[in-house]
Design a protein around this ligand. Structure first.
Ligand code: HEC
Ligand code: HEC
Ligand code: HEC
Ligand code: HEC
Length: 191
């Protein structure tokens, strides 16, 4: 009887919180976590492309004189870099509680991977990442053009007409088509 109860409890816990007994799927791990794997040439170095994009500077923009002027003209009570009215589009996960950020998360990284691909604490593990279905089940988002419009819209004080094609062209980062997730294991077998 006791055993059956334990089994039922553990099934319930797994259903509610996932394998580890706690749900981490809402936690923003931070771009440093993605960088570990996504900055190698072997994988296509998406990190380097992002780092050179304006998204990487989105928070730093709020520290400029230009932003101070905008904050003033909007009559904000807080400086731009502290105001939710600016942070909502210039950092990742601005509205989340402290518990929803991993140790490596840094808001100064601006609009980083997880702004578009979803909080990554759960899906960033290699065995999950190699399987797109499993990664999606763990929160990975492959953004659609309309997802850009949550920030690229007229609420922005510097809004410019948004065309997905030309904007995507400026920030696109690609996989290396020759990269094979499982090649390491195959090599080990040949050894
Ligand atoms: C342990 C290494 C590792 C880490 C850490 C990691 N990834 Fe990945 N990721 C991979 C691998 C391997 C692939 C599959 C690459 C391929 O097939 O070219 C992948 C694929 C992806 C894809 C493409 C999905 C698809 O199948 O089309 C996205 C998007 C992605 N990762 C985002 C992230 C983000 C965001 C983070 C940080 C939160 C992250 N990854 C952290 C290894 C990693
Ligand atoms: C979380 C908010 C957010 C999302 C989502 C977002 N962006 Fe942005 N984007 C920004 C901000 C903020 C800037 C301006 C950064 C700066 O210069 O400080 C920007 C700037 C850009 C720029 C540079 C614009 C220029 O004038 O050269 C491009 C290109 C761009 N975004 C493309 C995209 C595309 C494509 C998508 C969807 C796949 C997207 N963005 C989704 C917030 C976002
Ligand atoms: C609805 C989302 C959104 C909000 C809210 C928002 N921004 Fe932005 N901001 C953007 C986007 C997107 C861009 C890039 C526009 C483009 O190039 O098409 C941008 C661009 C800028 C730029 C120009 C950056 C550059 O590289 O030239 C400045 C400065 C700026 N924002 C400051 C602010 C300040 C200050 C606030 C708060 C008062 C704010 N933004 C609120 C989305 C937003
Ligand atoms: C502004 C939004 C945005 C940001 C920031 C962003 N991505 Fe992406 N990412 C996209 C879009 C859009 C696609 C293309 C989705 C598609 O093709 O369906 C994509 C595709 C990818 C792919 C698959 C590429 C392929 O060839 O299929 C990988 C891997 C990836 N992103 C990793 C990252 C990593 C790692 C970071 C941070 C260093 C990052 N992304 C930052 C929007 C973003």
């Amino acid at each position: 009887m006791k055993n059956i109860l334990i089994i039922i409890m553990s099934i319930l816990l797994t259903v509610l919180f996932g394998e580890n007994g706690s749900d981490k799927s809402n936690i923003y791990a931070g771009v440093q976590r993605c960088k570990v794997c996504h900055e190698t040439d072997e994988m296509g170095n998406q990190y380097a492309v992002w780092k050179l994009s304006q998204h990487a500077n989105a928070y730093k923009t709020l520290l400029t004189e230009e932003s101070a002027q905008i904050a003033k003209s909007w009559g904000l009570s807080l400086p731009a870099q502290e105001s939710p009215k600016c942070l909502k589009c210039h950092v990742t996960g601005y509205n989340n509680s402290k518990a929803e950020f991993g140790k490596k998360f840094n808001k100064e990284d601006g609009v980083q991977c997880e702004s578009c691909h979803g909080p990554g604490e759960t899906y960033r593990k290699e065995n999950i990442m190699c399987d797109l279905d499993l990664a999606s089940a763990n929160g990975l988002i492959m953004p659609k053009p309309e997802d850009c419009l949550t920030c690229h819209n007229e609420e922005s004080p510097r809004y410019k007409a948004f065309s997905y094609e030309s904007y995507y062209e400026k920030m696109k980062h690609k996989k290396n088509p020759d990269y094979n997730c499982f090649s390491d294991e195959e090599e080990d077998e040949d050894w």
